[in-house]
Design a protein around this ligand. Structure first.
Ligand SMILES: Nc1ncnc2c1ncn2[C@@H]1O[C@H](COP(=O)(O)OP(=O)(O)OP(=O)(O)O)[C@@H](O)[C@H]1O
Ligand SMILES: [Mg+2]
Length: 274
């Protein structure tokens, strides 16, 4: 095993039971795709997050347990401060729970170190932000291909994938526009293309339409849902807005860091995306 492979090793369920044959039984980052095909894709078990600021304790998440199937579209619906972003960041590996476990396939996300989280995210996760988070000095195409640069994809392939991603969000011909030369809706579409370009298994979106008007909101939500469905991605959305939540299969209401209601919706009830 090379140093690089050793670095990329991820803790694995079997290892918690036995340390025998660790070198052979631990999958490398390359074999995670196979692990992620298992169901349910995401298992969250008794997750709690307490922030401490001096003497003060903030219970951002109290006790959350849930499963999300592969290909499911889920929205966490809740008011400001209910714990939505904290939960999303936890599942995406950006923060560690105070207590509890988060498994994605056979990967214990709650246990990964910084380097493992980075590799895991690069390979499996696309993230759409409320405020787009585009790099102002870069063109649309350059912004979209940033994740592929981090993954070491060669330039020609990067550009081809980037153009295809821009096309998939209806921005063909916008390759050379800078963020300042685009509307909010167009910038968010660049943000979506960037999230899609690496073909992630899970798409996260934190208030993706929070900065947009109602017409643009519909356009952007239609694109997110259609792309997630077309590529069989699992979509995890958070919003305070019920009309946004209604684009998804399952609405989980979050209040004071707990899931207080779960609503499974039939396909008929979902918003038409065309
Ligand atoms: N880094 C932190 N340190 C201390 N407290 C935090 C931190 N991050 C979040 N909190 C607190 O945790 C609670 C949940 O915050 P969170 O950002 O998850 O809410 P949210 O549902 O995403 O709200 P919004 O809709 O306003 O984005 C809030 O009370 C918040 O003040
Ligand atoms: Mg938030």
């Amino acid at each position: 095993m090379t140093v690089q492979e050793r670095k990329q090793r991820i803790p694995y369920a079997a290892d918690t039971a036995t340390h025998r044959s660790e070198e052979r039984s631990v999958p490398t980052i390359e074999s995670q795709s196979a692990l992620l095909a298992e169901k349910p894709l995401i298992r969250v078990s008794h997750v709690r997050k307490v922030y401490r600021m001096g003497e003060e304790r903030v219970i951002a998440l109290d006790d959350i347990t849930l499963d999300i199937r592969r290909g499911e579209m889920v929205c966490f619906l809740g008011t400001s401060g209910s714990g939505k972003s904290t939960f999303l960041n936890m599942v995406a590996g950006l923060e560690k729970p105070t207590r509890g476990e988060i498994w994605i396939g056979n990967i214990p996300v709650h246990k990964l170190n910084e380097e493992q989280v980075t590799l895991f995210r690069q390979k499996n996760i696309g993230f759409i932000f409320q405020a787009y988070h585009l790099i102002p000095s870069m063109t649309a195409l350059e912004n979209v291909t940033v994740p592929l640069t981090f993954r070491g994809v060669e330039k020609k392939k990067r550009l081809r994938a980037g153009r295809a991603a821009l096309k998939s969000v209806g921005l063909e011909g916008y390759d050379n526009r800078k963020p300042s030369q685009m509307s909010g809706g167009q910038q968010q579409r660049v943000g979506i293309a960037r999230a899609l370009v690496g073909n992630p298994k899970i798409l996260f979106a934190d208030e993706p339409t929070g900065n947009l008007d109602s017409n643009t909101t519909k356009e952007v939500m239609d694109i997110i849902v259609e792309q997630a469905r077309r590529h069989g991605m699992t979509l995890i959305l958070v919003s305070h807005d019920r009309t946004i939540a209604e684009y998804t299969d399952t609405i989980l209401t979050i209040k004071d860091g707990n899931i207080v209601d779960t609503e499974y919706r039939t396909p008929r009830e979902q918003k038409e995306t065309r």
